[in-house]
Each structure stands twice: as structure tokens, then as C-alpha cells.
Design a protein around this ligand. Structure first.
Ligand code: PLP
Length: 429
């Protein structure tokens, strides 16, 4: 007998066996049963238009028929080998063809792992130890990355504040923290410190766009000081453009990290750079002292590679990015229109392919300025969106290519109800 369990049952079971009742990623008050196209269903059978899309990977939507076919073709041939395999090699070729800074890539399983190796690679290549990172920049969960992502206290730059317990104090000493979009701050840190191995940056930091000359300025400073520039393109890769943020903004880093879309919904990430830099993964070329030991059980997994390859093949077809940007622009405009109509100050922030809004009247340019005047407004807005069938994270909205006119129509209704409820709560309506 098949027993149907309610969402409440699943939430209670999760509370028993998972700390903080969940996987650590998302609100544990919802349990997803399935996804199809641009929609997901919870365990009570309620459906939502999905603007979370797995935190980014499902750019084509859930269960894209061509991606499913590629995965189903691979499955009976084997799920993982540890050894080189053809799908993984093809995926490496496709990435190197698409992404300007990549002559070679190394596969790993998660984005955070790719970032960790990127930092180590920069240190191996330059023989220097310090890393310059931006306040509020997210680069996974390594000790270095967990510095001043969401600092619990405001300190003076360039001091690093650990975001997590369990990180040795010595790690903070290796980090320099700067405000995003502040080229002068970066220039003066680089003038003061001659032991910086790399700058790591999200080219679009969370949802804050770079000022017009910021990335170009970082490139020039790195060139002047012999520092490597790392673009964390885990989110922006194959989203802002087929060649990622480096194509969209026209600035080529020394190293980039990729994840999410390149695994087509399966666990796969990569870091890539010139053959000269990537040679540090080859002991024969650089010798034992300069070699980076690197391996992982699931690296280059053939099922993930097949899904990623097919996803990229679909994305490469003419018109896909135009359509994605048009969908994003439409979603941005619909929210602005609804919020203007109820008189709520706000800023839509990001790129049409990834954005959200702040309830503020100031333009967000860095971590400290990217905030809601009243965070309660964002809470109400997102709660009412969810109640009206829109599923998103409270800080990001990802459009996907599977969105239909019906999904958009449903979103318009949800947005106008959420705007009205927020205005009522704020006392402006
Ligand atoms: C910019 C950025 N870097 C790194 C990561 C970490 O990737 P993963 O969750 O695959 O470890 C993420 C994840 O959202 C990210 O957005």
C-alpha cells in the first residue's frame, strides 16, 4: 500500500535527522516533490512557478527532454568511473571553446571546491600567499571563502571577519578584504602588500553589478602587480552569456571557476585557465614542489558531463540568451510597475539573467549599501509571492528558459498581491 505523506510529516521527519531541520541551503518549511519545466510541486501537491531553479543550474527548466535523453543514454553505460571518459573530455573541450580564459580545465564536484583550488593554484603559480577578496563576495565554504561574506560586525577594511566557527585565526591573516566596486581601495592595498597572490571576485557580486570600469581596473592592477585575477563564474558562467561574465563584460581573468549550469543539474564544477597556469596540476611539467595534488571520486562524472554538454548545446542555439534576457527584463519591469503603483521605494538590482530587488531609495554598489531600508518589507513581499505560487529565494530571482506565458501571467498576479501586501504592512497604501 502506498502511503501519501503530507508536507508536514516530511518536515517533522527532517527535524529528527537533519540539524536545523534541513540541508542547510533553504527554508526547511517547504519540501519539494518534483519539478517539470519552470514549475515545482511541494509534497502537498501545490505547484509554484520556480525562480529558484535549484539555485541556478536548471537554466533550461526541470526535465528538459533533450537533457533527459542524454542522461538516459549514459546511465546504462555506467554512472561513474573515476577514470577519464569521453563525455568528460568532450565537456572540457566545449568549455575551453566557450570561455575566453580557459585553455584547460580541471573538474571537481562542487563550486566551492573549484574556488578552493583556484586560490591554491594562484598561490602555487605566484609563490605568494595573500588573497584579496571583496566583502559580501561568495566563494563557497572553504576557510578562506568564509571570510567577510556576511560579517557579523562591521570592521575597518582590509580586516577579515570569519563567517563560521572552526576556522583558525591564521586564515584571516592571509586575507585582505575590500569593498566591491572600489578600485581605489584595491589599488592602495596592492601598493601596500607585495605578497598578494590573487584577487577573487564575483564579476556580478551576488546581484550587485560591477561599475563600468571596475573589472577592467582590476585587470589592469593585477597586470601591474603580477597578481592573478580570478573570476568566480559559478553563477555567471553560461548565464550572463554563453562565455559567461568575461564575455558579457569584456574582461578576461587569469583563472575562472564554473559550476551549476555546466553539470546540467548534476554535481560537477570546474576551474580553468591558460595551459601555463594549469600546468601546476601536472607534476611532470612543474616538478613536485610546485605541483597541486588534486583528485576527487566523482570528478568528470560521465552522467553529469552528459547533462552539462547537452545543456550547453541547447544554450548555444541562436536566440537563447536574447530570450532569457527578454524574460528577465519582463520580470524586472512587472515588479517595478507593481511597486511603483503602491508607492514603495525599491531598486531592481542585477542582470536580467539574475537579479532581485532591494526596498531602498539608494543604489546598491557594495555589500554595505546593498540592503533593505526595512528588511521586514522583503519578508512580507517574498511570503506573499510564495503564498501566490511563486517560488524564489529571498535574495535572488533566476529566470529560466522554460517559462511560459501562463507562468508569467501567474507571476504578475502574485507580484501585484505581494506589492499591495507589502505596502499595507509598510503603511504606504
Ligand atoms: C559565486 C558562487 N561561488 C561559489 C559557489 C559555491 O558553489 P557550490 O554550492 O556548488 O559549492 C556558489 C554557490 O551558489 C556561488 O554562487
Amino acid at each position: 500500500m502506498h502511503i501519501t505523506r503530507s508536507q508536514t510529516d516530511w518536515i517533522a521527519r527532517a527535524r529528527e535527522v537533519l540539524p536545523a531541520a534541513g540541508f542547510g541551503n533553504f527554508d526547511p518549511g517547504i519540501v519539494i516533490a518534483r519539478g517539470e519545466g519552470a514549475k515545482v510541486w511541494d509534497e502537498d501537491g501545490r505547484d509554484y512557478v520556480d525562480y529558484l531553479i535549484g539555485s541556478g543550474p536548471m537554466l533550461l527548466g526541470h526535465g528538459h527532454p533533450e537533457v533527459m535523453e542524454a542522461v538516459l543514454e549514459q546511465l546504462p553505460r555506467g554512472m561513474t568511473f573515476f577514470a577519464n571518459n569521453a563525455r568528460g573530455i568532450e565537456l572540457a573541450e566545449a568549455i575551453c571553446e566557450a570561455v575566453p580564459c580557459c585553455e584547460q580545465v580541471r573538474f571537481v564536484t562542487s563550486g566551492g571546491e573549484a574556488d578552493m583550488y583556484a586560490l591554491r593554484l594562484a598561490r602555487a603559480f605566484t609563490g605568494r600567499s595573500k588573497i584579496l577578496k571583496f566583502e559580501g563576495g561568495y566563494h563557497g565554504m572553504s576557510a578562506e571563502a568564509q571570510m567577510s561574506l556576511a560579517p557579523a560586525r562591521e570592521v575597518n577594511f582590509p580586516q577579515a571577519v570569519p563567517d563560521s566557527a572552526g576556522i583558525p585565526a591564521s586564515v584571516a591573516e592571509q586575507m585582505l578584504i575590500a569593498p566591491f566596486n572600489d578600485l581605489e581601495a584595491v589599488a592602495s592595498l596592492m601598493a601596500e602588500h607585495d605578497d598578494i597572490a590573487a584577487i577573487i571576485v564575483e564579476p556580478l557580486q551576488r546581484i550587485i553589478p560591477p561599475k563600468p570600469d571596475f573589472l577592467r581596473g582590476l585587470r589592469a592592477l593585477c597586470d601591474r602587480h603580477g597578481v592573478l585575477l580570478i573570476f568566480d563564474e559559478i553563477v555567471t558562467g553560461f548565464r550572463l552569456a554563453y562565455g559567461g561574465a568575461q564575455e558579457r563584460y569584456g574582461v578576461v581573468p587569469d583563472i575562472c571557476t564554473l559550476g551549476k549550469i555546466i553539470g546540467g543539474g548534476f554535481p560537477l564544477a570546474a576551474l580553468g585557465a591558460s595551459a601555463e597556469i594549469m600546468a601546476h596540476f601536472d607534476k611532470e611539467v612543474v616538478g613536485a614542489d610546485k605541483w597541486l595534488m588534486q583528485l576527487g571520486t566523482l570528478s568528470g562524472n560521465p552522467v553529469a558531463a552528459a547533462a552539462g554538454l547537452k545543456t550547453m548545446e541547447v544554450l548555444k542555439r541562436p536566440g537563447q540568451y536574447d530570450r532569457l534576457r527578454a524574460l528577465g527584463t519582463c520580470l524586472q519591469e512587472m515588479q517595478s510597475t507593481a511597486l511603483d503603483a503602491v508607492g514603495l521605494d525599491h531598486r531592481i538590482c542585477g542582470d536580467p539573467t539574475l537579479f532581485d530587488l532591494y526596498f531602498t531609495s539608494a543604489d546598491p554598489v557594495d555589500y554595505r549599501s546593498a540592503r533593505h531600508d526595512d528588511p521586514g518589507r522583503n519578508g512580507v513581499y517574498n511570503r506573499v509571492l510564495r503564498e501566490n505560487g511563486v517560488f524564489k529565494s529571498p535574495g535572488k530571482l533566476y529566470p529560466c528558459l522554460a517559462l511560459t506565458d501562463l507562468d508569467l501571467a501567474r507571476t504578475v498576479t502574485a507580484v501585484s498581491r505581494a506589492a499591495e501586501a507589502t505596502a499595507q504592512a509598510a503603511g504606504t497604501a
